[in-house]
Design a binder for this molecule. Structure first.
Ligand SMILES: *Cc1c(COP(=O)(O)O)cnc(C)c1O
Length: 376
């Protein structure tokens, strides 16, 4: 089976993990946790990084630290992986799902602007949804597939409407907007190191921020909010969300490989775009010139999506449809969905992701491309 985007364990993973096992430093206290945080902070250009058990738990903590409470709203794109919305729901808040741009597949900022102008009102300096006066606390851009929306416009709208920005940067390690890495454009940014992400710790996540106080609080909340170094005194309801040393060791090794992974992901992207350009109705994700995208997961659009998925998977070339848009899932069917033409649905019915693991060979890439061409 040719994996869609599998892990590539090619560096010092064994060595560093063995060191944890040999020394007994396996749990959430250990030098690799600190080291992984330092490396991530440096790489993303953020002052602080706090390692968590997953991208989902990172998002949950970031929202709590943004002051999100029961009954609040969070603005988020309708095209994302479910974890973004689950994290919102854990806090008791609800999403406001904004439809996406059909070319970039990121939140449609014109639609967002229209929503803010028409559907919201300021009450005591807090932005509220006009119909029920519930507070809209944050906006959470999701850098879908490592691509990025016009963050300058998004942050300026957030400023104008007093919305806190929490980036779901989980897919965008190695992606830059105007030469600045994702994660540091708002209050906090969150990354994921799940099995199919650009680097992996098996499972893991990271909160990055430039605010020391927030970083301290994030560490506190993810470690059961223990407030005394000796006695079991806890000053609020905390979470057991810390990344463990064994996995952080893997993360440190993976970060050493990240530049080579990004290089390979970009090669794969170039190869597929070059081979598939002009074939049938195939269209690609548009990436604006001021964005340097990590090209994490190669995805394209065609009306023959269903047929392509069948042919590829039959040939053991693991391919997947795009996520079901959030408004189409039962649990979120009653949430607000702001859309003009339901472009999320349009994209969903046409997009598919194809094998693009960093350790895929050139021959394998060529046979995937040939298989796709044979359908047209
Ligand atoms: C992977 C991902 C997450 C969650 O990360 P986990 O580490 O799997 O919890 C959140 N949002 C998006 C958009 C993702 O792709």
């Amino acid at each position: 089976m040719l994996l869609l985007s599998g892990p590539n364990i090619a560096g010092n993973e064994w060595k560093y993990v063995k060191e944890c096992l040999d020394t007994g430093w396996v749990s959430s206290v250990g030098s690799y946790v600190t080291k992984f945080e330092e490396v991530l902070a440096e790489y993303t250009g953020c002052k602080y990084a706090v390692a968590t058990s997953s991208g989902t738990t990172a998002l949950h903590i970031a929202l709590l630290l943004a002051g999100v409470k029961q009954g609040d709203y969070i603005i988020v794109p309708n095209v994302t992986f479910i974890a973004s919305i689950n994290a919102i729901k854990y806090t008791g808040a609800d999403p406001i799902l904004i439809d996406v741009d059909p070319a970039t597949w990121q939140m449609d900022l014109s639609l967002l602007e229209e929503f803010l102008a028409n559907e919201t009102v300021m009450e005591n300096d807090i932005l509220c949804y006009k119909k029920n006066k519930r507070p809209i606390r944050c906006i959470m851009p999701v850098h879908v597939l490592g691509n990025i929306c016009d963050l300058e416009k998004l942050t300026s709208l957030a400023g104008k409407y007093k919305l806190k920005v929490i980036e779901d940067a989980t897919e965008s390690l190695g992606s830059y907007y105007k030469n600045k890495h994702t994660g540091g454009f708002g209050m906090m940014g969150c990354f994921s190191f799940n099995g199919n992400k650009i680097i992996t710790t098996g499972g893991g996540g990271m909160i990055v921020t430039n605010d020391e106080e927030l970083a301290k609080k994030a560490k506190h909340l993810t470690t059961q909010a223990k407030s005394d170094s000796f006695e079991y005194v806890h000053d609020e309801i905390g979470y057991n969300y810390r990344l463990v040393n064994v996995l952080a060791a893997m993360g440190v090794a993976q970060m050493e490989l990240l530049p080579s992974f990004i290089k390979r992901k970009k090669e794969i992207d170039h190869f597929y775009r070059d081979q598939l350009k002009g074939i049938g109705d195939i269209r690609f994700q548009e990436i604006q010139p001021d964005i340097d995208c990590n090209m994490w997961l190669f995805t394209f659009m065609s009306d023959k999506q269903k047929e392509l998925l069948k042919v590829l998977n039959d040939k053991k070339m693991q391919s997947r449809p795009f996520w079901v848009p959030m408004n189409r899932l039962n649990m979120f069917a009653n949430d607000i969905y702001y859309s003009d033409k339901d472009l999320s649905g349009f994209i969903y019915q046409r997009c598919l992701s194809i094998p693009c693991s960093t350790n895929i060979t050139d021959d394998e890439l060529a046979s995937v491309a040939e298989t796709i061409k044979s359908v047209f």
